[in-house]
Every structure is written in structure tokens, then in C-alpha cells.
Ligand binder design. Structure first.
Ligand code: 26W
Length: 819
């Protein structure tokens, strides 16, 4: 106790010091944001020593290092997580209380670092957390976008995008490394020095852009390790404009500066469709070049030029999807043109260094850059890609003589129509391991997406099922549940998450179950208050919270849930005196600004919501809400309150899903299809604790083969007929005739994602949900079992598998150890 009070006093001192010396303020007249900054700086101060010690220790031990390359990191807020990792949460809370402030209120001041779209970006953030937690000598590399993911507003029921100005206030979690710069070349031309096709070339007359490092510390919880996420920011070189200045053309000179700095201006808000914009290609190469050069320079500093032939023994580079796949060519270029390695030696090192993770099977998401784009921007890389392709296809044709179709499919260059560089093929060919992100997905990667490559080199293809960090997704987001679990089984599970299984014993403990249910209810009230305060819309905590939050995409089938909401609406209308489980259906997520159908779905949900919520007959029985601006910080508010987790994608389309894991970890039950990680979640929590419905991957394939006609299913479903009729007669769009015609037409005539095929079974599973919900004790028991059995979905387990199967790095632990 005394020690605690001492630490509180120390923290208070630090608060005052930061207030005075960094914010240059006294206690009079400070804004809420300044108070938050004061706390944040005080926490950063406590991390600095571990941060430097960790990096120094790595430098002394010279271990194999892991480098994670990703165009996206959806970090969200940092304060709560950092406090927990530093063991300072209660200390800071008490110190602030004595100062007259509420920690949780100040935490709401923090802006989200929203440098990602969705699943892939959030996964990168969870991985950074787990690598630090496990003491893996790892570095994240990404881009420091000035504008991250747009903020979503709903105006008149429609999505409106506004820029995310997260840098308009000081961001306490990053260090400006203005001395850590890399120069990135673009354009120019290539001349061969001497010798044949594989000998070094000189790349010249390029334009330069500087990449300046901004470092974000990533604290682990179990050990004291603090790893670094390095984000590159584009800056014009000092001599960028000399020529123009000399000509006296000041404006032209400045325009060129602006053009350079545009590279990291804004995150592309696309997460399901490839958009071949030159600026995006520049971003990708900017990340690759700055990071790879940084990695090579660090290697040379640490190991010397003589060891360069053993690069792969000290460096593992993970490509987060194909977005950084140019790393294959960039590493080759450096080994060949700069260090004069011969082709075969360079190629063997590159392959042993790189590994690639695939996150989507959607054909429209696959990156294929027009050859003339790549040639213009990166002439030397284009040459190298041709060479890689030439040697690779030679090998393929030796194995499959005369199989021209196969060779055409496996080529890095797509020849149909405009010639294109297939980034996925480049990534597969240049990597020693390729992984999918859930068991089912990895199977489809082998059997469908990369089948030719799988047959050619089966040992390359592996699965590593995704995970989420328990620090953020339960210890930080759900503190009451965390405390209850601690009371029951101690806190071992916070250090070794497998220990969460000890909770299973309490699933039959009546008093524990009551406490569990109480906490869920309290979390529901909390979320209701949060919503009331942030959007002005109240929700009733005595209704079931039925939630689908994720990016809006047709394959994720938010429309299926909306149709089901209408189904419930009609049931209540037809049976006004029949009692029904009261539900609040909440749907949230952003649509890519150019994705028309996704935007229409948002509008549709909002119109359904308007109609349902204004109908007095629905009072206390059904509400439908669209949650605006779904993002990491909102996810942290909602996860603890969810009771029913909607994971209803068409089987075969959701690579993994990670929101499904977050909800299960917080005691929600899942209603879901056999898609992505749902399959494994169901296996682990037990089929009796999961509401399964819908067609399987095989059944979906079968339906497609038989020329799927949605009308065959609609004709057998009275419910669907009534729902579609209601939409068709403009019931939800009375003053806008025909706005939802597209939805009706799609459902009746194409139904690409087979909503009609799955609807009746979905409604059946929803009836099971209602039935179980009436039995509160059983529901609670299943909720506890979901949490007790979800250890597998910790990103610590995921990272351990990456390390074992791909990286082979040894942890290097700081002395300090918690637990
Ligand atoms: C080029 C445009 C673009 C940008 C991003 C296409 C595709 C992407 C990502 C690969 C999309 C994505 O985030 N995929 C999600 O990755 C998660 C982490 O593995 C999975 O859990 C999700 O199922 C998957 O949709």
C-alpha cells in the first residue's frame, strides 16, 4: 500500500513536470486535451528507459530480427494499453483522482491513429503488440499518413466522408527521427554496366524523395520489451528544386515539393478493390525502398559487409499482403547493383528472407499494375521482375513441358489485354513461405487461388490462423470482466493466455454466473450511455445487443441482417400480442467512398432503421441502429457489450475475420456461417455454444455450378417474399420512388452472395438464439465457455506460430519481468 502511494506521488510529480515543461502551462486554463497530453507524456517518460534498453540489448546481442512490412496499421488509441503494459493503470487513475480528474474521461480525448482500413491493418497492430509482448526482436515498417481513415458521418441516412485530421493536434506517442532518413528514387532510366542480362545496371536521372522516420514505441506486457513501429513520412529533398530555382521558377519549384510530400498525404480507403492509381504505386515503393534500405543499413552496421551473404540468417521480412511485394525486386536490386552479388546468390538470399501473407481471395482485390506504370516509375525493378519471371518460368516449363496454359497462369506478367505485373505471383515466387489467415482460407489459397504454385512447391504453403491481442481486447476494453476473471482464477492468464481455460470450472458456479451476467449488463448500460452521449441516440440495455460491425461489403452480407430485421418487424406487426425477445440490432462500418453498392446498403439500413424505430408497435421490442464511424476506439466500447455476434459472410469469402474473435473473447455468442475463422471458433468453443447456419463452401460452389437462381429459393420462402415486396413498394423509401430497386433486382435476379439461399436457415438459427436467450442461465454459461475456450485466438499464439514456421527468431528479453 505504501509502495502504491509512493508511486502515485511519483506519477503526480511527473504530471506536473510535463504540464510545466512540455505544455508550458500551469493548472489554470488547461483544456481537456492538454490534460490528456500531460498524462500521455508522463507515460511515455516511463517507457523511454525500457525503449532504449530494449533497442540497445538487441544491438548488443545481434539476434535475428523480424521486419513486418505493412501499408496499414490500425493502432487506435495508445494510452490505456500503455498504462496497462507499464503496470501504471491504477497508479495513474489514483494520481489523477487526487488531482481532481477522471482518467477514463481523459482517455476519451485521445484521437485514434487510424492508419488502416480494417482487418489487415488491425491485425498488423495486434501483431506489433504480441511481438513486443513475447520479446521478439521485431520492427514494424509502415507509412505515416497525414490523413488516415476518413471519418464517416451519416447525413440524411447516407455516408459522408470527412478527412481524418489526426495530426491537427500534437501526437505524444511518436518520436521524430529527423536524423533517420532514407532517399527513395523514382523514374529515370537504366544503363547496363557490362556483361549479360543478370549483371548490374546503373539506375540514373531519377527524382529523389526523402523518407523521414517517425517512431512509435510498442510496449509489451509480460516482459519489459519496447519494440518500435517506424512510419515513413515523405519530405522533399533539400535540393529538390535547385534547377527550378535557378531558372527563377519559384512556383514550379514549390509544386515539385508539394508533389513529393503528397506521397504520404492520405491512406487509400479501399479494402476490397484494387485501384491502379500511380500515387498508390508510389506509396508502395516508398514504403518498400525506405524500409529495405533501412534494414540493409542496420544489418551492415551490426554485422558488416563480409556477412552480407548470410543476410537471411539475421533478417526475416514478412509482407502483409502484396502491397509491399516490390520488396522482392528492391532486395534483388540492392544485392546485385550495389553489392555486386551474382544473380543466383542474390535470389537464394531474397527467397530465404521474404515471406508473404495473403488476406483475401476476392479477385477484384488482387493487385495487377500495368507494366508501363512500373516501367516508368521503376525502370530497374521492371527489368529485374522480367528476369525473375524468365528464370522462374524456365523451371516451370522443365517440370511441365509444353503446358503453355499453366505457364501463362504462373507468369508474373499477365498478358490478357494490357500487360500487367501480378503482384501476388511476384510475392509467391519471391517468398519461401506463403500463408493464409485461417485454416479454411489457407486451404482455398492452396486449392483455388494459387493452385498451380501449390502443386509446384507444396512445402511453401502454410496456415497461420489470425489472433487478437488480449491486452487491448479484454484487459483494456473490459476491465470489469478482467477483474472478475482475476478474482476467480488469478491473473496468470494475463501473462499466458492459455490459462484462461481455468475459467471453464466456473461455468456451473451459480454465483459466478450471476456476477458474469451482471457485468455484461453493466457493460450494456455503459455502452448505452456512451452512445447517448456521442450520438444522442439512446439504446435500451434491457434488450439483446445484436451486433454486426466491420467494413461494409456485399460479401459480408450486412444486407442479410437488414432483411432479417425487416422479418422481425413484420412478425411483430402480424403478432402484436405475441411476446418476443426484445432486440437492438446494431450495424456499423465504413464503405469505401467509391463502392456504390456498399453505400446503398448503408442508406438502406438507415431507412429501415427510421421506419422501425418510429413505429410505436416496435417499442420495447425492436430497434435497428446504424452506428456511425466505426473505428478502433468505438470497437473497444462496443465489444464488452455485445451479446450476439453476427458473422454471416458467404462461405469462402471472409479470409478470417477478427471481430468474431473480439466478441467471443468478451462473452458474446456467435451466429455465423462456416467461413474464415468462424470454423475454428466453433470447433474450439463447442458446436453447442455457437449458432451455425448457411451453405458451406462446397454447397456454394455447387449452387454456382448449377447456375444459381435466387428465385428458386425466394419462391419457397414466404418471409423473403414479403420482405422483398415491402422494399419493392417503397415502404422504406416513400418519398424516393425506386431508390432500392437495385437491391430488389439483385436479390431476385443475381444475388451474387447467395442471401436467398441462406435466408431461411439464418432465420431458423435466429429462432434458436431467441430460445436460448430466454434461458438466461444457459446463455450465461455458454458465454463463459466462449471466453474460457478462446485461448487459441490470442495473437500471442499466432505470432509464436509465425516465428516457429517462418521466422525462426529467438526472443531477447529485458531483465524486468512481470508475473
Ligand atoms: C488493394 C486494395 C486492398 C487493400 C486491402 C485490397 C485488399 C486489402 C486487404 C487485404 C483487405 C483485408 O483487410 N482483408 C482482411 O484481412 C483480415 C486479416 O487477415 C481478415 O481477418 C479478413 O477476413 C480480411 O477480409
Amino acid at each position: 500500500m505504501e509502495e502504491f502511494q509512493e508511486q502515485v506521488e511519483l506519477f503526480k510529480k511527473s504530471l506536473f513536470k510535463n504540464l510545466h515543461q512540455r505544455l508550458i502551462k500551469d493548472e489554470i486554463n488547461i483544456s481537456q486535451y492538454e490534460k490528456y497530453m500531460t498524462v500521455a507524456y508522463s507515460v511515455v517518460d516511463t517507457m523511454i528507459e525500457n525503449w532504449m534498453n530494449t533497442q540497445n540489448l538487441y544491438a548488443i546481442k545481434k539476434p535475428k530480427r523480424v521486419f513486418y512490412l505493412s501499408m496499414e496499421y490500425l493502432i487506435g488509441r495508445s494510452l490505456s494499453n500503455a498504462l496497462i503494459c507499464m503496470g501504471l493503470y491504477d497508479i495513474a487513475k489514483e494520481a489523477l483522482l487526487e488531482w481532481g480528474y477522471d482518467l477514463e474521461e481523459l482517455m476519451e480525448q485521445e484521437v485514434d491513429a487510424g492508419l488502416g482500413n480494417g482487418g489487415l491493418g488491425r491485425l498488423a497492430a495486434c501483431f506489433m503488440d504480441s511481438m513486443a509482448n513475447l520479446g521478439i526482436p521485431a520492427h514494424g515498417y509502415g507509412l505515416h499518413y497525414e490523413y488516415g481513415m476518413f471519418n464517416q458521418y451519416i447525413e440524411g441516412g447516407k455516408q459522408v466522408e470527412k478527412p481524418d485530421t489526426w495530426k491537427s493536434v500534437p501526437y505524444p506517442w511518436e518520436a521524430n527521427r529527423f536524423t533517420h532518413k532514407q532517399t527513395v528514387h523514382f523514374g529515370g532510366n537504366v544503363t547496363r554496366v557490362a556483361g549479360g542480362e543478370t549483371s548490374p545496371s546503373v539506375w540514373e536521372k531519377y527524382d529523389d524523395v526523402l523518407a523521414v522516420a517517425k517512431d512509435i514505441p510498442i510496449p509489451g506486457f509480460k516482459f519489459g520489451n519496447v519494440n518500435v513501429l517506424r512510419l515513413w513520412s515523405a519530405q522533399a529533398t533539400e535540393e529538390f528544386n535547385l534547377a527550378d530555382f535557378d531558372k527563377g521558377d519559384y512556383i514550379a519549384a514549390c509544386e515539385r515539393q508539394v508533389e513529393s510530400e503528397n506521397i504520404t498525404k492520405v491512406l487509400y480507403p479501399n479494402d476490397s478493390k484494387f485501384e491502379g492509381k500511380m500515387l498508390r504505386l508510389k506509396q508502395e515503393y516508398f514504403l518498400v525502398s525506405a524500409s529495405i534500405n533501412d534494414i540493409v543499413q542496420r544489418f551492415l552496421r551490426e554485422h558488416g559487409r563480409d556477412k552480407l551473404g548470410e543476410f537471411h540468417n539475421y533478417v526475416a521480412i514478412q509482407l502483409n499482403d502484396t502491397h509491399p511485394a516490390l520488396a522482392v525486386a528492391e532486395l534483388m536490386r540492392i544485392f546485385i547493383d550495389v553489392y555486386n552479388f551474382d544473380w543466383d546468390k542474390a535470389w537464394s538470399i531474397v527467397k530465404k528472407t521474404l515471406a508473404y501473407t495473403n488476406h483475401t481471395l476476392l479477385p477484384e482485390a488482387l493487385e495487377e499494375w500495368p507494366v508501363d506504370f512500373v516501367e516508368k516509375l521503376l525502370p530497374r525493378h521492371m527489368e529485374i521482375i522480367y528476369q525473375i519471371n524468365y528464370f522462374f518460368l524456365k523451371e516451370v516449363s522443365l517440370k511441365y513441358p509444353g503446358d503453355v496454359d499453366k505457364i501463362r497462369r504462373m507468369s508474373i506478367i499477365g498478358e490478357d489485354g494490357q500487360r500487367r505485373v501480378r503482384m501476388a505471383n511476384l510475392a509467391v515466387i519471391g517468398s519461401h513461405k506463403v500463408n493464409g489467415v485461417a485454416r479454411l482460407h489457407s486451404e482455398l489459397v492452396k486449392q483455388v487461388l494459387f493452385n498451380d504454385f501449390y502443386e509446384f512447391t507444396p512445402e511453401k504453403f502454410i496456415n497461420v490462423t489470425n489472433g487478437i491481442t488480449p491486452r487491448r481486447w479484454i484487459m483494456s476494453a473490459n476491465k470489469d470482466l478482467t477483474n472478475l476473471i482475476n478474482e476467480a482464477i488469478g491473473d496468470d492468464w494475463t501473462y499466458n493466455f492459455e490459462e484462461i481455460k481455468e475459467l471453464e470450472k466456473f461455468a456451473d458456479d451459480k454465483s459466478f454466473c450471476e456476477k458474469w451476467a451482471e457485468i455484461k449488463h453493466k457493460n450494456k448500460i455503459k455502452f448505452s450511455l456512451y452512445l447517448q452521449y456521442s450520438t444522442g441516440v439512446p439504446v435500451n440495455p434491457d434488450t439483446m445487443y445484436d451486433v454486426q460491425v466491420k467494413r461494409i461489403h456485399e460479401y459480408k452480407r450486412q444486407l442479410l441482417l437488414a432483411l432479417y430485421a425487416i422479418n422481425r418487424y413484420l412478425f411483430i406487426k402480424d403478432n402484436p400480442s405475441t411476446s418476443i425477445v426484445p432486440r437492438t440490432i446494431m450495424i456499423g462500418g465504413k464503405a469505401a467512398p467509391g463502392y456504390k453498392n456498399a453505400k446503398l446498403i448503408i442508406y438502406f439500413i438507415n431507412k429501415v432503421s427510421e421506419m422501425v424505430n418510429s413505429d410505436r408497435d416496435m417499442k420495447g421490442k425492436l430497434r435497428v441502429l446504424f452506428l456511425p464511424n466505426y473505428r478502433v476506439s468505438l470497437a473497444e466500447h462496443i465489444m464488452p457489450a455485445v451479446e450476439l455476434s453476427e458473422q454471416i459472410s458467404t462461405a469462402g469469402y471472409e479470409a478470417s475475420g477478427t471481430g468474431n474473435m473480439k466478441m467471443s473473447l468478451n462473452g458474446a455468442l456467435t451466429i455465423g456461417t462456416l467461413d474464415g475463422a468462424n470454423v475454428e471458433i466453433r470447433e474450439r468453443v463447442g458446436e453447442e455454444n455457437f449458432f451455425l447456419f448457411g451453405s458451406t463452401v462446397e454447397e456454394i460452389a455447387e449452387l454456382r455450378k448449377e447456375n444459381y437462381a435466387p428465385k428458386n429459393f425466394i419462391s419457397k420462402s414466404k418471409a423473403l417474399q414479403s420482405i422483398i415486396r415491402l422494399i419493392d413498394v417503397d415502404f422504406f423509401s416513400q418519398d424516393e420512388h425506386g431508390v432500392f430497386d437495385f437491391i430488389v433486382d439483385e436479390l431476385l435476379n443475381r444475388d451474387k452472395y447467395m442471401i436467398a439461399a441462406d435466408f431461411e436457415d439464418y432465420a431458423r438459427a435466429q429462432r434458436e438464439v431467441d430460445k436460448l436467450y430466454l434461458n438466461k442461465e444457459e446463455w450465461t454459461k455458454k458465454s463463459i465457455l466462449n471466453v474460457a475456450r478462446c485461448a487459441y485466438f490470442s495473437s500471442d499464439r499466432t505470432i509464436e506460430e509465425y516465428n516457429k514456421l517462418i521466422w525462426n527468431a529467438s526472443p531477447v528479453l529485458l531483465e524486468k519481468q512481470n508475473g
